[in-house]
Design a protein around this ligand. Structure first.
Ligand code: XLS
Ligand code: NI
Ligand code: NI
Length: 434
């Protein structure tokens, strides 16, 4: 045990009436929902970067947190890991996620960085073995260090492309060694600041080739997890190539990778792209791309990717309804890509943030599952499209022709009658459950 979380008890389910701050009111891992344990529906993960690597800076000021593990040595990296796994244990989360840069000090050369990563990977392996928290996904941080300022795979400098390839290989190896269930690519710098110095076509060719190599390497090493792209429209780049789910689908189709790669959808990124979270989830599911989610929320006034913990049950219920509709998670899960505010200095703030986030998601899941079980919403949706079941209408979609259909419209004097979309009725139905 480290000293960091001293005095903080194991977090347990105590039910909705509990007033204990250090308890779950709704997250009850063993509760059965739609025939599956709640833990297996939600598949919570803690994000290493926000909770253990982020110093508390914002665009106007630097570090606010004084953590005993901050610094650039392997000893401190191990202390950080001790504290991290202690928190995973206190919360009872089944998963965590990390970037290479979160967990090991940057070396003076690629070789030294690699050695550091391998050492910490071994250290993690023992902890995973001895605990109940596994790896949901690993990834490479190819956006913080100055070498990545003009991108990784899409950099104009081929040496950076090469360095990125070596970096992703090392992170895929670490993820594979730790039994990770997915490997994520988020391209914060894969985009541009100005079109004046950017060759769009060349950069997307590079990105396509890079992704193909990632997929090839996955098969080569027998990694059975999913490769996930995490869309985001901008921030840090002015324009990011993986703008949203639809854009990622177009990119995957262009390079023939749509059956090899899925998406990791983040709440705040969906909002930045001008969509709702549920839109991105529903679209991904309909395209066969649904992989995993990054759970957070933005501040709706500031317009930044503020990565706050979720606090809005009705909003999250919309999201989990889409997850249920998509058939639930397979390799994916709910990763708290969320950070406490920079004034939240106390160790307990980290714990309480996760307790609250997990409870919000659990409540949302329960509401969504109850509505799913009730079936009224799906029945209403089905009725709206019921006309398509008639053979003459089905035939339009299977081999119909414009002239053939035109002839039928004339012959049968077809005269469409508008029908109510019933939105308010469905909103009322929704609100009975949430
Ligand atoms: C940043 C992203 C990042 C990815 C992992 O906005 O959400 O944290 O999830 O690189
Ligand atoms: Ni994000
Ligand atoms: Ni994210």
């Amino acid at each position: 045990m480290t000293e960091f979380f001293k005095g903080i008890p194991q977090i347990r389910f105590e039910g909705p009436e509990s007033t204990n701050e250090f308890a779950f009111r709704h997250y009850n891992p063993d509760e059965m929902i739609l025939g599956k344990r709640m833990e297996d529906h939600l598949r919570f993960a803690v994000a290493y970067w926000h909770s253990f690597a982020w110093p508390g800076g914002d665009p106007f000021g630097g570090q606010t947190f004084a953590r005993p593990w901050f610094g650039d040595t392997m000893d401190l990296a191990r202390l950080k890991a001790d504290v991290a796994f202690e928190m995973f244990g206190l919360l009872g989360v089944p998963f965590f996620c990390f970037h290479d840069a979160d967990v090991r000090p940057e070396g003076a050369s690629f070789a030294e960085s690699l050695r550091n990563l391998e050492e910490i990977t071994d250290y993690f392996a023992d902890k995973i073995e001895g605990g109940r928290t596994k790896l949901l996904w690993g990834t490479a941080n190819m956006f913080s260090h100055r070498r990545w300022m003009a991108g990784a795979a899409t950099n104009p400098d081929p040496d950076v492309f090469a360095y990125a390839a070596a970096t992703v290989k090392s992170c895929m190896d670490a993820t594979h060694r730790l039994g990770g269930q997915n490997y994520v690519l988020w391209g914060g710098r894969e985009g541009y600041e100005t079109l004046l110095n950017t060759d769009l076509n060349r950069e997307s060719q590079q990105a396509g080739r890079f992704l193909q190599m990632v997929v090839d390497y996955k098969h080569k090493i027998g990694f059975e997890g999913a490769i996930l792209i995490e869309p985001k429209p901008q921030e840090p780049s002015k324009h990011q190539y993986d703008y949203d789910v639809a854009t990622v689908y177009g990119f995957l189709k262009r390079f023939g990778l749509e059956n090899e790669v899925k998406v990791n959808i983040e709440q705040g990124h969906a909002i930045l792209a001008g969509h709702s979270f549920e839109h991105e989830l529903a679209l991904a599911a309909s395209l066969g791309l649904f992989g995993s989610i990054d759970m957070n929320r933005n501040d709706y006034q500031s317009g930044w990717d503020t990565d706050q913990f979720p606090d809005n049950v009705p909003e999250m219920a919309r999201a989990y309804y889409e997850v249920i509709r998509a058939g639930g998670f397979t390799t994916g899960g709910t990763n708290f890509d969320a950070k406490i505010r920079r004034q939240s200095l106390d160790p307990e703030d980290l714990i309480l943030a996760h307790v609250g986030g997990m409870d919000i998601c659990a409540r949302a899941l329960k509401a969504a599952a109850a509505l799913w079980e009730d079936g009224s919403l799906e029945r209403a949706r089905g009725e709206r499209y019921a006309g398509w079941d008639r053979p003459e209408n089905l035939a339009m979609l299977k081999g119909g022709t414009l002239d053939g259909i035109a002839a039928r419209v004339l012959a049968q004097d077809i005269d469409p009658q508008p029908r109510s979309g019933k939105q308010e009725r469905l909103e009322n139905l929704w609100n009975r459950f949430v």
